[in-house]
Design a protein around this ligand. Structure first.
Ligand code: MN
Length: 261
C-alpha cells in the first residue's frame, strides 16, 4: 500500500467516524453512550414474575453432569468424577418466547432442561449453610448444545466452548423471586419434545445441591449479584431439529415452550 493509499484510507475512516457521530448525536440516547468509542453492547436481562422490573445478567455459569444418571449416559463415572463448571456468554440468555434459532455449523442439536438460579449477592468461599441467602430467584432454562461439535472436541481433548457457549444457547423463562415463591430445591423437572416427555426427574437427584453448587463455584470465582447458574440436566438428553417444540417445566416454576426456528 502506498503512502497516498494510507492517507486516503485515513480520510475515509475519519469521514466514517464523523458520519457515525452525527447519527449518534441525533439519537436521544447519545448522551448516555458518549463515554464509549463505539455503541455500548446491549444489556442482558431476564423477566421476573410479578413485576415489570427485570433481572440484569452478569455471568452465566453452568454445571456439567450434576445428575448421576446423566453423568453415566455421558460416559462419565459419577463415583469417581465430580460435576464441573463451564460458562456461557451473558448474551446467550434469550427470552423463551423469541424461539430458539437453529444454530449454524451443527447437525446435531441437543436439548438440556435445567433449573436456573439467579444471585442477588455473592462473594468468595461461601459456606453452604449461607449460600441460599444469596439467591434472588429461580427459573426454567435450556442449555442448548451442538452435540456433534462437542463430540469432536472431546475426541480431540480440545475445549468444547463452541458446542456450549454459542449465540442464544440459553433460552430461559421468567425468574420466580424467593421473596414470593420460596426456594426451589426439590420438585419434578421435565422436558418434552412435540408433546412426548423425554426428560423426567427431580431436583432431589442433583449431585451438588443448589447451596453446594454455589459454595463450590465460589471457591473458583468471586460471585456477584447478576450471576446466574444453570444447574445441570437430568438423564435422557436427545436431539431436536427445526420446527420442534420443547416444553420445559419445574414444579413451582411453571413451564416454558420453546420452538426451534
Ligand atoms: Mn447442561
Amino acid at each position: 500500500m502506498s503512502n497516498n493509499d494510507n492517507i486516503d484510507r485515513r480520510r475515509f475512516l475519519a469521514g466514517g467516524a464523523a458520519a457515525a457521530t452525527a447519527a449518534c448525536l441525533s439519537d436521544t440516547a447519545a448522551a448516555q453512550t458518549s463515554d464509549y468509542v463505539i455503541d455500548a453492547p446491549q444489556a442482558v436481562s431476564m423477566e421476573v414474575v410479578g413485576t415489570d422490573r427485570r433481572f440484569p445478567v452478569r455471568r452465566v455459569y453452568c454445571l456439567g453432569r450434576n445428575y448421576r444418571a446423566h453423568a453415566i449416559e455421558s460416559g462419565d463415572d459419577p463415583d469417581v468424577n465430580p460435576p464441573f463448571f463451564f460458562i456461557k456468554p451473558r448474551d446467550a440468555v434469550i427470552d423463551y418466547r423469541d424461539g430458539f434459532p437453529y444454530p449454524p455449523m451443527t447437525e446435531a442439536l441437543r436439548y438440556e432442561g435445567e433449573l436456573v438460579v439467579a444471585l442477588k449477592s455473592g462473594g468468595s468461599n461461601i459456606d453452604p449453610a449461607d449460600a441460599l441467602e444469596h439467591v434472588y430467584g429461580y427459573g426454567v432454562g435450556l442449555d442448548m448444545t451442538r452435540q456433534d461439535l462437542q463430540q469432536v472436541a472431546q475426541s480431540l481433548s480440545r475445549p468444547w466452548a463452541i458446542s456450549k457457549s454459542f449465540d442464544k444457547s440459553a433460552p430461559c423463562g421468567p425468574l420466580h423471586p424467593v421473596e414470593t415463591h420460596g426456594h426451589a430445591v426439590s420438585g419434578r423437572i421435565w422436558l418434552s419434545v412435540n408433546g412426548v416427555v423425554r426428560q423426567d426427574s427431580d431436583l432431589d437427584f442433583q449431585r451438588w445441591s443448589v447451596p453446594e453448587g454455589i459454595s463450590i463455584l465460589s471457591q473458583y470465582y468471586e460471585l456477584t449479584a447478576g450471576d446466574i447458574i444453570m444447574t445441570g440436566t437430568p438423564e435422557n438428553i436427545g436431539l431436536v431439529t427445526k420446527g420442534d417444540v420443547m416444553n420445559i417445566g419445574i414444579d413451582g416454576l411453571g413451564e416454558i415452550e420453546v420452538r426451534v426456528t
